[in-house]
Design a protein around this ligand. Structure first.
Ligand code: PEP
Length: 246
């Protein structure tokens, strides 16, 4: 019932040549009809190139972030409607690196979530606990607070129409992955919290996913795909992860 989705987050990497080559390799490796949906998220400056290169291919375009403003005097921002205009379908909101390095709060993330949906983008809402919070046994409480902030601002039913990415902070970019059981526990908690509407919500895992561990994650009943950082920069690795989701 839920179509698996694998999202590549390219972060602050690459130049035009790198982007064009990576896209070509991905497009060549992902021809035809597939059960899993594949999304790539290049930097803002490479979105136009990526959109034109992908054309009508079956690889979708996503953004790594989005402004919470629709338009106006907000120097440096990129709005959801600008992204939609470029052929973008998804926007990551609340990635842990944006929360950590740019002080993004749950409230700001909620505004971004709404701004994305208002412009017909599908927000990919990142939530996750720190190593300390997991040690303290408050993982579910932290995740619950992050989701509640969006529910309070947008209404609970809107969260169910987005994609949720569970990304434990201690697993993002560290090479240390959560066990499938640890991830499943959180995914099940998130789905239960969404109520009946959550049956169709895609909840993906992110944090050091590689070709060697993807299959065991995808075997869990509430894990509907992955948000991939490092391994998304190598076409062969990323394609292997995508195939594991089928
Ligand atoms: C991410 O950037 O969201 C991520 C999960 O990174 P990595 O796969 O490198 O841990």
């Amino acid at each position: 019932m839920r179509r698996q989705i694998v999202i590549g987050n390219w972060k602050l990497h690459g130049d035009q040549q790198f982007v064009a080559e990576l896209l070509r390799e991905l497009m060549n490796g992902w021809i035809g009809v597939h059960q899993a949906e594949v999304v790539v998220c290049p930097s803002f400056v490479h979105m136009d190139l990526a959109g034109r290169t992908l054309g009508h291919s079956n690889i979708m375009l996503g953004a790594q972030d989005v402004s919470h403003f629709a338009e106006g005097a907000y120097t440096g921002d990129v709005s959801a409607s600008m992204l939609h205009d470029l052929g973008c379908h998804y926007a990551i909101v609340g990635h842990s690196e944006r929360r950590r390095h740019y002080g993004e709060t749950n409230e700001l993330v909620a505004k971004k979530f709404q701004a994305a949906q208002d412009a017909r983008l599908v927000p990919i809402l990142c939530v996750g606990e720190s190593a300390k919070e997991r040690e303290q046994g408050i993982t579910l409480e932290v995740i619950g607070r992050q989701l509640q902030a969006v529910a309070d601002y947008c209404g609970a039913e809107r969260i169910a129409r987005g994609v949720i990415a569970y990304e434990p902070l201690w697993a993002v970019g560290t090479g240390k992955i959560a066990s499938p059981e640890q991830a499943q526990e959180v995914h099940e908690f998130i789905r239960r919290g969404l109520g009946p509407a959550g049956v169709v919500t895609r909840i993906v895992y992110g944090g050091s996913v590689t070709p060697s561990n993807a299959q065991s994650m995808f075997a869990m009943p509430d894990i509907d795909g992955a948000l991939v950082g490092g391994a998304a920069l190598r076409a062969s690795d990323f394609l292997e992860i995508c195939r594991a989701a089928e």
